[in-house]
Design a protein around this ligand. Sequence first.
Ligand code: DSN
Length: 417
Amino acid sequence: MNELEKIDPLIFDLIQKEADRQNKEINLIASENYTHPAVLEAVGSILTNKYAEGYPGKRYYGGCEYVDLVEIQAQERCKKLFEHENYDFHVNVQPHAGSQANMSVYFAAMKPGDVVMGMSLAAGGHLTHGHSANFSGIVYKPVQYFVDPLTEELNYDAINDLAQQHKPKLIVAGASAYSKIIDFKKFSEIAKNCGAYFLADIAHIAGLIAAKLHPSPIGYADFVTSTTHKTLRGPRGAIALCKPELKEQLDKAVFPIMQGGPLMHVIGGKAVCFKLALENSFVEYQKQVLENAKIMAEIFKELDYRIVAGGTENHLFIVDLRSKNITGRKAETTLQTAGITVSRSCIPYDPEKPWITSGIRIGSPAVTTRGFKIEDCKQLVYFIDEAIKNHENEQKLLAIRSKVQELCTKYPLDKWL
Ligand code: DSN
């Protein structure tokens, strides 16, 4: 019996149940993944006992000689992962989460009340890109850009016009629900034209960028932020990168302005994650992520579903469900009954409220880690279609759930959980 089971059987039991759920259900949430057991070990280690406010070599606590080395490893490996032959950059591995990474950049680049321009959440952006309910839209003056109503893609001319009109201090590129390549060079030109800083939030596509399967913002963006638990397949946490000349501003914004003690156990997990991401197998994994997303979008189209922006060039896409007479919320609960986890998603200019939505977001990173290949992904879309068509029929949904579990047993998560 392990210590947790002995001391807290309730929490132990809930963790077992969650592991069982992860093992028996198919996860298509685009922002989730299964991190490696080696990462879990680092995150569950005694590094959690250590306070280390400050940075390597300059801490406010004694006894930091080993955690300093852990943090330096994380920084150096991250640098190698995103290295660019022409451009140097600085890495801060301390942000606790994506929101904190973005908040640090905002503190580094702006004063309260300055104008920040980002993609609207309703169009596929993120809360921290200027949503009125978030610090980014409360502390700063937000200007939001959308996607083109016809193509549902970013319209760089329209974004430039908006930037000229509002003269933001910071422009954010990046999204949570956008399936096309983002042109970071164009964003940097737009920012330059209006004298703004440029932040590329690559939380969703960081793994693809590291594998050189999506253009990198390094060299174009003043700041780059990312979470480490999505396509990067690491621990829950984040990183913030910047041009060398902005290092002092960024580091000061992370600590002491925004955070106190860094989570050294998570930084240990980030270091392990970057080591794994530097292996050749990580590139193969990301190629499969792209192929799996692409085939799923194609099968949906064959089955007469509309895909937002016509398809996908990354790890995710949004399915417009209006022609199937089901909302995103209903589809999400229907698929949950059938053993498939997805997140509902607004489609651009959605007639439904954000709590309901007209779409679902489908992502391939987690199933790809699990081992799914093209044929499994095709089968998965057929299951989804069958479930959506039978959303009123619980017996049918439970029968699909059995088939889903059969597919899951082909790819057990024993190695990962
Ligand atoms: N935006 C969330 C997602 O993509 O699921 C994460 O913050």
